[in-house]
Ligand binder design. Structure first.
Ligand SMILES: Nc1ncnc2c1ncn2[C@@H]1O[C@H](COP(=O)(O)OP(=O)(O)OP(=O)(O)O)[C@@H](O)[C@H]1O
Length: 304
């Protein structure tokens, strides 16, 4: 397996901070491991810095427009009367979720998007995936089609898990033969048959949210992608699935794709990403080495 760390960066950090209960490292060993992790990460970042860009986000602004919000005027009769009278709705509420964000992502980079609830992380990913139109004066340019499955793509609730795997593979551009060939690997990776042996024959609406998230991740990560986006998928599985998913993210990064990870778990971000972007109120507060950004974000969060 590519790029498998013996000890995860977050474990070393926790041990140094005295938060890790049981570990068998001396202080010197921990310091050496930490130095090695920092050196390897700096090397990967320096290599990636000259790679081809996969995503260019340039002065991105995203505004949600909610029609008839909170006034009771969102009714069908209200909409009809507005059409008849050709009035524009006076009750459109705007949420300016992303405010002038710019950055460049390159091959071989894994980038964590961090920030508190509602800061604009998922909106940024959805815009990169082409699901939300940018406001005029800026935009998103991507090399190829970023994987939509990475961002909570709606698998179809009425179709069985089996059909969703095949449809999901086809949606990612695989041929039917390739989708069939990947099928078993995806099912094995998701491990949902350990939860329910008949899971693949059940409609997805019968899955728990964790089972659905695992299947989605397994489909999205089943082939090397130019750009893979993972929105909180790491938080849904159990510890074993999380470790397995994090390993897959490192492999994808090593195979020179670009991986975006949205997570509230700083440990998951430190273990899978080399770079982090901290978003607050729709703007980038910090963009750089994952440890520096995660440290600053954690210190800021503690202040309340
Ligand atoms: N479909 C929508 N319609 C209107 N407003 C929305 C919509 N989705 C998100 N928003 C608003 O946009 C802002 C950014 O939301 P977003 O989901 O991008 O944040 P986030 O950083 O991903 O949050 P979280 O960590 O809670 O997932 C918030 O104010 C949110 O209320």
């Amino acid at each position: 397996m590519a790029d498998t760390p013996k000890v995860l960066p977050s474990q070393v950090l926790r041990a140094i901070q005295g938060k890790e209960g049981e570990h068998s490292f001396s202080e010197e060993e921990l310091a050496a491991l930490r130095a090695q992790i920092i050196e390897e990460r700096a090397k990967r970042r320096a290599e990636a810095a000259t790679n081809q860009p996969t995503v260019v986000v340039d002065n991105l602004n995203i505004v949600y427009r909610i029609h008839g919000a909170g006034t009771g005027r969102g009714s069908a009769t209200g909409a009809l009367s507005r059409i008849v009278s050709r009035r524009t709705s006076p009750t459109i509420r705007e949420v300016h979720a992303v405010r002038g964000i710019s950055f460049v992502a390159r091959r071989g980079e894994s980038i964590g998007l961090i920030g508190r609830n509602g800061s604009g992380k998922s909106t940024t990913l959805a815009a990169i995936a082409g699901l939300l139109p940018p406001e005029k004066g800026g935009g998103v340019y991507t090399d190829g089609q970023p994987s939509l499955l990475g961002i909570n793509a709606a698998l179809m609730p009425d179709l069985t898990g089996e059909r969703n795997v095949i449809v999901g593979c086809l949606a990612m551009g695989m041929s039917k033969a390739e989708a069939n060939a990947r099928y078993q690997g995806i099912v094995d990776f998701s491990r949902i048959q350990e939860t329910n042996p008949h899971a693949m024959n059940l409609p997805m609406k019968a899955y728990s949210s964790g089972m659905a998230a695992r299947l989605r991740f397994a489909i999205a990560a089943s082939r090397d992608q130019d750009v893979l986006m993972i929105d909180e998928a790491l938080a849904t599985g159990d510890a074993k699935f999380q470790a397995q998913s994090e390993q897959r993210i490192r492999e994808l990064r090593a195979s020179a794709g670009t991986v975006f990870v949205v997570s509230h778990s700083m440990a998951a971000i430190r273990d899978t990403c080399d770079r982090a972007i901290w978003i607050e109120a729709g703007k980038i507060l910090m963009d750089g080495d994952v440890d520096e950004v995660a440290d600053a974000y954690e210190a800021w969060s503690k202040q309340g």
